[in-house]
Design a protein around this ligand. Structure first.
Ligand code: UDP
Ligand code: GLC
Length: 540
């Protein structure tokens, strides 16, 4: 009801403003000293100018679903400036010999200006200055319902401030269940099928097809965002939607950058769209490593937006190995004497499970457990099938164990002799590396991106050339043959990880970023909070 009244009032104001603005122009039409067509052209120019300005004004009103006060304020200011412009044109026209100033038009114009400015000021007085409370209200956005590393990080952040946060997902799944289990209010705003299938490599045609679905979701998120102090986009896709939505709602946006924006990870179109959205919409960019930050800046991202905060982990006072390990080995069919390699993470070509399988051919008495599943794309599912075929090749058959996705990963880390990370493109951060270190296992990782920041070669792990099965095989053989060295680096790694990646310190940094963003000057003027719309029924 309120909205309808607001829209009708805006329409009436528009008509009144249009009349006021155009009146001085419509009165006199001729600049007789010029050829007729020039005279007509010039004479109508201010008319078209007004028409154009009011078209923009209409669009602003249409899009500014945000606060009514803001819309009205803008409207009044525009009426004032357009009538002022008209007055100037009137002045110019009357300076032409043979033309007199139309006093009635001048007064009408002046009245329009005064009315516009006064109404704008009056609206300012009525605008609610919402105080950002002790703990800012945050709307977190994430596109997926699956549990990848970025989602596990968000789970910890949102759970720690559950009373002051809600999460909006664009897809249902086990992530929602995990959030709700942690008492975090969660809503699923479904993104239409065609839009959710757009991946990081999508081209222009594919992206264009998704525009209507994206616009629809953006408007829904904009409406929801008005009940919060800060919008926090946790993934690339959620930035593309959350960025414009936050702007429409007049709320500041934080972008948590979990990805390396570069070739190999994103198509060039997607890189440009992400950088544009981040630069234009985000008040802060939280990068999960120096590598992600550097790639963001190299791609054109604004350096002054960035702050680096690594992932955080729950570190128990004392870690006792899981009692389930023997049973787990037996259930996976791993012989008790076999040297066991764990590779945890989603099955995806860039994660490089195929590199480990290739390397394993030259490592005797070694079995590999692949923990994880193809989580996000059709390409990943095809890759997973190819891995199964590769695992049946001579020299590997019976030595590769697919464990699927498990929510309790601890027993898998405990059962391993070594943890391998083998991404063929730079890893943005690499949670599994830190998890291996915290479990007290020697870790081998690809020398690139966040992995190279986490591990100090030969001190807290081994770094190998990304994509090189030969390099990985020789690192595996070195650890297999020299168990003393393996234990030494594992212990050093455990201490380093415990000192560096405690969740409490990371949560503090994120909280401080949220407070700074919520408290920044531009975000102070807010409209009254509006309750979230009822979420659509979620698929099980
Ligand atoms: N993970 C999990 N269950 C699995 C496989 C992996 O919970 O079956 C977790 C893993 O422990 C890690 C996260 O998924 O915390 C993967 O994060 P990472 O940063 O290593 O890679 P991402 O998949 O996010 O690129
Ligand atoms: C992303 C990255 C991964 C990182 C995780 C958490 O999923 O691919 O490297 O560890 O986010 O920041």
């Amino acid at each position: 009801m309120m909205k309808r009244i607001a829209r009708i009032s805006l329409l009436l104001l528009l008509v009144a403003g249009l009349w006021l603005a155009l009146k001085p122009t419509l009165g006199n039409r001729r600049l007789t000293f010029l050829p007729q067509h020039w005279s007509e052209y010039l004479d109508y120019m201010d008319f078209w100018l007004n028409l154009f300005a009011f078209a923009i004004l209409g669009l602003t009103v249409w899009f500014a679903l945000g606060s009514l006060q803001k819309v009205l304020q803008r409207l009044f200011l525009m009426i004032a400036s357009i009538t002022l412009l008209n007055l100037l044109l009137e002045g110019l026209q009357s300076s032409i010999p043979g033309r007199a100033m139309d006093q009635a038009d001048v007064w009408a114009g002046l009245l329009g200006c005064v009315l516009g400015i006064c109404s704008g000021l009056a609206m300012q007085l009525f605008t609610v200055r919402k105080k950002v409370g002790a703990s800012p209200q945050v709307l977190f956005l994430d596109q997926t319902g699956r549990l990848g590393g970025a989602e596990l990080m968000l789970l910890d952040i949102a759970a720690a401030r559950a009373a002051d946060s809600e999460v909006a997902l664009f897809q249902d799944g086990e992530f929602r269940t995990a959030l709700e289990k942690a008492q975090v209010k969660t809503h699923v705003f479904k993104l239409a099928e065609e839009a959710s299938s757009v991946d990081k490599q999508a081209g222009l045609r594919c992206v264009l097809r998704t525009v209507p679905a994206i616009v629809d979701l953006t408007l829904q998120i904009a409406r929801a965002a008005r009940a919060f102090d800060v919008v926090y986009a946790n993934t690339a896709k959620s930035l593309i939607i959350g960025g414009p939505a936050a702007r429409l709602a007049g709320r500041p946006l934080i972008f948590h950058l979990h990805d390396i924006i570069a070739d190999g990870h994103f198509s060039s179109l997607n890189q440009k769209a992400l950088i544009f959205c981040a630069n234009y919409c985000a008040r802060k960019v939280i990068a999960n490593s120096e590598a992600t930050k550097d790639a963001f800046i190299a791609c054109g991202g604004r350096a002054e937006l960035c702050v680096v905060v690594p992932n955080g982990f729950h570190i128990p006072e004392e870690r006792t190995p899981s009692p389930k390990t023997a049973a787990l080995r037996a259930s996976l069919g791993i012989p008790s004497a076999a040297w066991t390699i764990l590779m945890a993470g989603r099955l995806s070509h860039w994660k490089g499970q195929h590199v480990l399988l290739e390397a394993l051919k030259t490592v005797p008495n070694a079995h590999a457990v692949l923990l994880g599943d193809a989580l996000f794309t059709e390409e990943d599912r095809i890759y997973a099938q190819r891995l199964h075929s590769q695992a049946d090749e001579p020299g590997l058959a019976g030595r590769i164990h697919f464990a699927g996705f498990q929510s309790d990963t601890m027993p898998y880390f405990d059962m391993a002799d070594v943890v391998v990370h083998a991404s063929v493109f730079p890893e943005p951060f690499g949670r599994v590396i830190v998890e291996g270190m915290l479990a007290g296992k020697p870790v081998i990782a690809s020398r690139a991106g966040g992995a190279a920041e986490i591990i100090q070669h030969e001190h807290t792990g081994l770094l190998v050339d990304p994509g090189s099965a030969a390099d990985l095989a020789s690192a595996l053989l070195r650890l297999q043959r020299d168990s003393g060295f393996a234990s030494t680096i594992a212990l050093q790694a455990q201490h380093t990880a415990q000192d560096t990646y405690a969740i409490s310190a990371v949560q503090e940094k994120i909280e401080s970023a949220i407070r700074q963003t919520a408290g920044s000057k531009k975000s102070q003027l807010l409209s009254p909070a509006i309750p979230l719309p009822k979420p659509p029924p979620c698929a099980a």
